[in-house]
Design a protein around this ligand. Structure first.
Ligand code: DGL
Length: 272
């Protein structure tokens, strides 16, 4: 394995870019390959079996690009497919749940933590289990917010409709006096401003991307795989459906132009 090989990321769509942003900020010289499964988004309302199948296809696609480490930049896939991916991959695989749960416990003063995520992540109790494992005394309140994903994909970030939906979803959590709120879906940091406005400034928003990026750095350092280049890394993006909207929202969120964006045919993912 070569130090200059890229780090691979996948998500159902645009959400994993929130993790890419954290990794690129911490290690700007790393090369990045991103796959967004825009033809099959959302993952969060699909069965565990389907999400595992799609995750394996995404991982195989990225492996063919010679990635040195895989970031499962999707909480839904991290909740249901992480074990399976770790079982068949020989490279390190980083998920979102553990780093996010650890950070939430560090940040929470009262030990009352809110979790929002896709229906799959919430139904699988991925964060609740991890939080309780780390601290059995913690109080956890969860809420699925499935409509946040299409709003983020559409780029409806600062919008009255988004705020109304956020109020509807977050009202109950707010009453529980949570002091930290895990954004348990990588799409949600794109909507962080609206979410913060609705829950108030006393609730600390936890974006798993930040601690996950630190974990990526530790893994690469530990295995002597950190890129030593003094130049900025290359970022290549692949999507399984029309790239136009992806480009627009991605460039707005990342604050820079995307120069390498390609469409992958679904056949290429499914025909192993
Ligand atoms: N961004 C993903 C997550 O973190 C998936 C959202 C979806 O496709 O439903 O869960």
């Amino acid at each position: 394995m070569n130090r200059t090989n890229p780090i691979g990321f996948f998500d159902s769509g645009i959400g994993g870019l929130t993790v890419v942003k954290s990794v690129a900020r911490l290690m700007p010289n790393e090369n990045i390959i991103y796959f967004g499964d825009t033809a099959r988004v959302p993952y969060g309302s699909k069965s565990n079996e389907t999400v595992v199948e799609y995750s394996i296809q995404a991982a195989n696609f990225l492996l063919r690009k010679n990635i040195k480490l895989l970031v499962v930049a999707c909480n839904t896939a991290s909740s249901v497919a992480l074990k399976e991916l770790r079982r068949f991959l020989t490279i390190p695989v980083i998920g979102m749940i553990e780093p996010g749960a650890k950070l939430a416990l560090q940040e929470s003063k009262k030990g009352i933590v809110g979790v929002i995520g896709t229906r799959a992540t919430i139904n699988n109790k991925a964060y609740a289990h991890e939080l309780k494992k780390l601290n059995p005394k913690v109080k956890v309140y969860e809420q699925a917010c499935p409509l946040f994903v299409p709003l983020a994909e559409e780029g409806w970030l600062d919008n009255k409709v988004t705020e109304l939906i956020a109020k509807e979803y977050l009202g109950e959590l707010h009453k529980k006096k949570i002091d930290s709120l895990i954004l348990g879906c990588t799409h949600y940091p794109i909507l962080a401003d609206v979410i913060q406005k609705v829950v108030g400034k006393n609730v600390k928003l936890i974006d798993s991307g930040t601690p996950a990026a630190r974990l990526v750095e530790d893994y690469l350092n530990g295995r002597g795989l950190r890129n030593q280049s003094v130049h900025h890394g290359q970022a290549e993006f692949y999507v399984s459906d029309v790239p136009t909207k992806f480009r627009e929202v991605a460039e707005r969120f990342l604050g820079k132009k995307i120069t390498h964006l390609h469409k992958v045919e679904l056949d290429e993912l499914t025909n192993e």
